[in-house]
Design a protein. Structure first.
Lengths: 90, 107
């Protein structure tokens, strides 16, 4: 039951002094979703400037773990990116 | 009746006249088959991300229209036979926003 002590742990330890690679990285990935805020940009296959941010150089879709996009928006993103790829825009 | 968006990617080596006829051809097809064109956008020549049928550039024409099953079937049929269209995409929307233009000519 280590999870219950989460608050206590956060105070003392930074994200750097963890024991193993697979330990949860508290604090580091707690960014809020950039597409769910007020006046967020439209996720659409025509909005290529936005979609390019979420695609790697090789054309892969970047995982939401890295970009901290919420689950529903990530689903929408993948759909729109695939549409853009059909048209040869991305 | 529902709202749709249709995008056509035409070949690079077409003359201006041919592009105009292509644009009006699909405009007529939509209007004839119980549909209604709301807006036509021309995105112009854009670079393709990857080579498609050995073309590096394509001419993009974008339709926003209202229609039904009949309209869609007719367009699909015509596009599939059309040799001057490389790729096409039709998307259904609940609402169309005609204000935002992501490919306006300022850039």
């Amino acid at each position: 039951m280590k999870r219950k002590n989460k608050k206590f742990q956060k105070k003392g330890s930074s994200s750097l002094n963890k024991l193993s690679l697979f330990q949860r990285n508290d604090g580091k990935f707690s960014k809020k979703c950039p597409l769910s805020i007020k006046n967020a940009p439209v996720v659409d296959y025509k909005n290529i400037a936005l979609l390019k941010k979420y695609v790697s150089d090789n054309g892969k879709i970047v995982s939401s773990k890295i970009t901290s996009v919420s689950y529903s928006k990530q689903k929408k993103l993948t759909r729109e990116i695939k549409k853009a790829k059909i048209l040869g825009l991305l | 009746m529902a709202f749709y968006e249709n995008t056509i990617v035409a070949k690079q080596d077409l003359a201006d006249k041919e592009l105009k006829t292509l644009k009006e051809k699909y405009n007529e097809i939509i209007n004839k088959t119980s549909g209604k064109v709301i807006k036509i956008e021309e995105w112009g020549f854009l670079n393709l991300a990857t080579k498609i049928k050995n073309y590096k550039k394509g001419f993009y024409i974008h339709y926003k229209f209202e229609g039904n099953n009949n309209t869609l079937n007719e367009i699909e049929k015509k596009i599939r036979v059309d040799g001057s269209v490389i790729r096409h995409l039709t998307v259904k929307y609940k609402k169309l926003d005609t204000e935002n233009e992501f490919f306006s000519k300022k850039t």
